[in-house]
Design a protein around this ligand. Structure first.
Ligand SMILES: *Cc1c(COP(=O)(O)O)cnc(C)c1O
Length: 403
């Protein structure tokens, strides 16, 4: 086989569809977020970033940076091993305590990413609980899908955020078999929020475990940033809460929180936990500082919500179509891959605005979009510039307006 020409022709296929991924080469700068230096073909220039998942700018927070500097200078660069063999640093232990406290759970377990946390926890639980059946929301994240697939257990996909469909599917299954229900709280692409209480009611009725990915909610919702489950008083009813340290907490890493036995079980049986070297101590220290700060300080969350509302109002006034939702995610709908990429390219080239186009397979075909994430640091002037740029493109290209 001519491997090289195979690779190239597959990539050409992506390009023809307008969904070949081009990474924006960005140099983030402490103190200037959401401004970053974009290294493009015509040299470096400043752009305003509108699609960062560093939702609250914690990636540059002085407390986070100070904690990381201190741990780096004190404990060195890497952890030095897997958790089991020399790689458990005191910062890891403190971080797991901090996370358990955040979610009001007995224990927590950290992973090198949120992706790995989902993949390892779901595949381990599903595969190791004898006869387990997984019920999974139709729009669950790739990391959950891959973890469930790897377990090779029987699975049923229920309609997105639809308790009635979940109930129907559960009712049709053998009552004696153990079941796990997997869903997210805030869905990252549409920004809608799961009916967690109803899912918990159903789970209790059928004796199922609940597994909730709060990646896009931790740090952002609840009085201490414990996520939607904290805001709605549901932490006790979820068997397992999964989260990331890389989005609102601004660092890197993922975790699960739950009972002591549950976390110990995953710790003891999950390959993706056992056989991978642990996070650098400085990363754990930075995450602790970010979590601790956001437990005490609602200011960032409040300012973010204020910026989200301001952007939505201005998009509405300009007739730019965006998905209504109860979260901080503002999806501006385009509906076609090439157009979506072209708008993103033009925003960057002409307006110094960076919003990555979101195309298939991240979202279904026909729902291609610009996923905009306002932060506490986006000014009124930033919002005006974004809406004016979108307005100019929408007017020139005769794009569909909101009603
Ligand atoms: C980003 C994301 C993850 C993975 O988290 P990382 O820490 O980035 O690996 C998991 N679930 C959802 C819903 C996500 O959006």
């Amino acid at each position: 086989m001519d491997f090289e020409s195979f690779f190239r022709s597959e990539l050409d296929g992506l390009r023809r569809e307008g969904r070949y991924r081009v990474f924006a080469d960005l140099e983030r700068q402490v103190g200037r977020f959401p401004t970053a230096t974009y290294h493009g073909e015509s040299g470096p220039r400043d752009v305003t970033v509108w699609c960062s998942n560093d939702y609250l700018g914690m990636g540059q927070h002085p407390k986070v940076l100070a904690a990381m500097h201190q741990a780096l200078d004190g404990s060195g660069a890497g952890a030095g091993g897997t958790r089991n063999i020399g790689g458990t640093n005191h910062y890891h232990v403190l971080l797991e305590r901090e996370l358990a406290d955040l979610h009001g759970k007995e224990a927590a377990l950290i992973f090198n990413s949120g992706y790995m946390a989902n993949w390892a926890a779901l595949s381990t639980l599903a595969a190791r609980i004898p006869g387990c059946i997984v019920l999974t929301d139709a729009l669950n994240h790739a990391s959950m899908i891959e973890g469930i697939r790897h377990s090779r257990v029987e699975k049923h996909i229920f309609a997105h955020n639809d308790p009635a469909d979940l109930r129907r599917k559960l009712a049709a299954l053998d009552p004696s078999r153990p079941k796990l229900i997997a869903f997210e709280s805030v869905y990252s692409m549409d920004g809608d929020i799961a009916p967690i209480a109803e899912f918990c009611d159903i789970a209790e009725e059928f004796g199922a475990m609940t597994y909730c990915d709060e990646v896009h909610a931790v740090g952002l919702y609840g009085p201490r940033g414990g996520g939607v489950s904290e805001r709605e008083g549901l932490t006790d009813r979820l068997t397992l809460i999964q989260g990331t340290l890389a989005k609102a907490y601004g660092v890197i890493g993922g975790y699960v929180a739950g009972s002591a036995a549950l976390c110990d079980f995953i710790r003891s049986f999950a390959s993706g936990f056992i056989f991978s070297s642990s996070l650098p101590p400085a990363v754990a220290a930075g995450a602790i500082a970010a979590i601790a700060h956001l437990k005490e300080s609602p200011a960032e969350r409040e300012r973010q919500q204020d910026r989200v509302q301001a952007l939505r109002r201005k998009l509405d006034a300009a007739g730019i179509p965006h998905l209504e939702n109860p979260s901080h995610i503002v999806p501006v709908m385009v509906g076609e891959a090439k157009a979506c990429k072209a708008i993103s390219d033009e925003l960057l080239a002409r307006f110094d605005i960076y919003v990555q186009p979101i195309n298939y397979p991240t979202v279904p075909r026909g729902t291609e979009r610009l996923r905009i994430t306002p932060s506490p640091f986006h000014s009124d002037a930033d919002i005006d510039a974004l809406v004016a740029a979108l307005g100019a493109i929408w007017a020139r290209d005769g794009l569909k307006r909101a009603a």
